[in-house]
Design a protein around this ligand. Structure first.
Ligand code: GBH
Length: 479
């Protein structure tokens, strides 16, 4: 009789990329250094009442000055890739015209440091921080902003195209359009449903035009992508009304981007749901859809929690459009009556988001079904918990380890069932400025003591390191 052996752990696919992510305004600090001018997030965070505790990104995790130490830490953890974003107003302070060399230098040095450490740089051109001057000229609801973005993309491809192999145009354009111009909980804080829809179209167009520029300028092996926060929408009940609520949110939350980008058209139901707000026949001009649908090499998806919706009957009050507690104005133009719910009986993170790894499995499988053969990358996944430093100087975060284990297992199940997932980026490398929540929410796998700027890898960082080394999840019980 053969001795009992531990079952062989399933390994991730060969070449599967292990990374961690940040975004410029959330970590860099150095808000007024080397020629950088304010972005809409500087303005917003300095406006009283917009961000928890009046927190700003002025200093953040001081990554601008500490990037060498941060890259050394990434190397120590065994990361294979680092996803960061570029602060537009650092390289092109007015959002127009020639680039500022000192601004470009920061990203050149960061990229060189990463390459030296054997870590692949994955650059996002836009993670929500529009130069304030461009917002003053009308921002994303204005078509001219797409010209500005295309110029900026060309500058960055020229400066870093020889060294950065993976480029992402936008991070979560849904948030820029609908939280920025719809609910106003994000910068620039406008609450104009029609402007939010216009912004969405212009973000799509800017994406497509930038993809064209990147393809022209980048070497053959470089990859282009965009990252979407596709909502994993589920109806609360099996009723026809709730099914319609789910359809509506899927339209204005997901298909408003995947439609034009991946199919070359806006969904008919979206156009109908929002016809009273914008004249789509004027907004979408000849050639726009061809530009927007220029192919990307890989689609990035960010996932945190599913979206549970219903359509309350007239007179019945829904739970409102503020499932995450940040919004009292619906960021869903055309679907203002849809109610949002928190799943019962599931554990929650410090954001009060329910923990549901099956949502990630379903998301990857849904995209694979709707867009067969499309390579995917999980560009963000992670959780905030109430982390603290123990008297011994350690940060124990077993809930985060469980969260990551569950979601990486979901990725493996999706891969086994046919999804072409090329990599996984943990959100976030380190604690940072969590937008409207300021520094009150810690998503990092590395703890940041904001008083001293000391970094302390949490227990989950050591766990993740181990996963990377094995290229597999540890046997159950070891996490
Ligand atoms: C990501 O976005 C960001 O890319 C990243 O910068 C951020 O730090 C991270 O996640 C953690 O939050 O209540 O209807 O207004 C977050 C994705 C999608 C979560 C929208 C909150 C609010 C919807 N967000 N959601 S609503």
């Amino acid at each position: 009789i053969a001795p009992k052996q531990a079952p062989e752990a399933t390994r991730f696919p060969t070449g599967f990329v292990w990374g961690a992510a940040t975004a410029a305004y959330q970590v860099e600090g150095a808000a007024a250094e080397d020629g950088r001018t304010p972005s809409i997030w500087d303005t917003f965070s300095h406006t009283p009442g917009k961000v928890h505790n009046g927190d700003t990104g002025d200093i953040a995790a001081d990554h601008y000055h500490r990037f060498r130490d941060d890259v050394a830490l990434m190397k120590q953890l065994g990361l294979k890739a680092y996803r960061f974003s570029i602060s537009w107003s650092r390289v092109q302070p007015t959002g127009r015209g020639p680039a500022v060399e000192r601004g470009l230098d920061f990203y050149r040095k960061l990229v060189d440091e990463l390459l030296e450490a054997g870590i692949a740089p994955v650059a996002t051109l836009y993670h929500w921080d529009l130069p304030q001057e461009l917002e003053d000229a009308g921002g994303w609801p204005q078509r001219v902003t797409t010209d500005r973005f295309t110029d900026y993309a060309a500058i960055m491809a020229g400066a870093l195209g020889d060294r950065v192999a993976t480029w992402t145009t936008f991070n979560e354009p849904w948030c820029s359009a609908f939280l920025g111009y719809g609910s106003g909980v994000h910068a620039p804080g406008r609450t104009e449903p029609a402007s939010a829809l216009r912004a969405a179209h212009h973000l799509n167009l800017a994406h497509g035009r930038a993809i064209e520029v990147l393809r022209d300028q980048l070497p053959a092996g470089a990859q282009t992508s965009v990252t979407l926060n596709l909502h994993q929408v589920r109806p609360l009940t099996a009723s026809a009304a709730d099914a319609d609520a789910a359809r509506r949110i899927d339209a204005v939350g997901n298909r408003i981007f995947t439609g034009p980008m991946l199919r070359g058209e806006y969904p008919e139901d979206l156009l109908a749901d929002t016809a009273h707000l914008v004249d789509w026949s004027k907004l979408v001009q000849d050639g726009d859809l061809a530009a927007i649908s220029r192919p990307v090499d890989v689609l990035g998806v960010n996932y945190y929690t599913p979206t549970l919706v219903s359509m309350p009957e007239k007179g019945e009050s829904g739970s409102g459009n503020d499932v995450h507690g940040a919004s009292d104005f619906a960021p869903w133009p055309g679907s203002e009556h849809v109610a949002f719910h928190l799943a019962e009986g599931k554990a929650r993170t410090a954001m009060n988001w329910s923990i549901d790894p099956d949502g990630l499995y379903n998301l990857l499988m849904d995209v694979t079904r709707d867009h067969p053969g499309l390579p995917l990358m999980v560009t963000e996944n992670g959780a905030a918990f109430d982390d603290y430093v123990s008297p011994e100087g350690r940060v124990e975060d077993p809930e985060r380890i469980a969260y990551l284990h569950g979601h990486l297992d979901a990725v493996q199940r999706a891969v086994a069932d046919g999804a072409d997932v090329r990599g996984y980026f943990l959100w976030s490398l380190m604690d940072n400025f969590e937008w409207a929540y300021g520094y009150s929410k810690r998503f990092g796998t590395v703890y940041v003591d904001y008083a001293s700027q000391r970094r302390i890898p949490k227990a989950s960082a050591h766990w993740y390191s181990d996963v990377i080394r094995r290229h597999a999840l540890p046997p159950a019980g070891l996490s």
